[in-house]
Design a protein around this ligand. Sequence first.
Ligand code: S3P
Length: 172
Amino acid sequence: MRKIILLGYMGCGKSTIAKTLSNTTKIPFVDLDKSIEERANLTVNEIFEQDGEIYFRKLEHDIFIELLNSPEDLIIGLGGGTPCYANNHELLNGDAVLSIYLKASVATLFDRLVANKSKRPLIADKSEEEMKEFIAKHLFDRSYYYNQAQHKVNVDGRSIEQTVNEILNLLA
Ligand code: S3P
């Protein structure tokens, strides 16, 4: 069964775009972070605090595999780090997978994340200055993995509807 995978850095709009895409296509949407939180019965922040990032990455990998193997069509919204750990990036080109990198500039990501960082343990404690530098370097480091996606959609300056329409064209 077909899996549409949305990936990209924190704040690129994976969940928002996936929800709209799901409403339009009627393909169910699963948010990987939410699935992890439900499984652990903890928030992402709590998992990082109590069990550490490595535990989180193991859970993230295991649940990603489960979702890929589930017998239904799904839109899967990954966490920002998912493609960058274990062999997850190889799974972006698996059978019956359509993977899409939602590409945003550092400026766009910073603007979206600055007001909304508390739920994100990797940036929650950073000042604005530190955040800007962190995002720029982190995005650079991660781009190799994001670029393993089959398609790239630029989200800078685009509305949700424009981005969803671009994705619908890829599905057609
Ligand atoms: C992370 C991104 C988060 C979440 C966790 C780690 C990352 O997901 O998985 O905080 O490593 O970039 P979002 O991209 O949905 O914020």
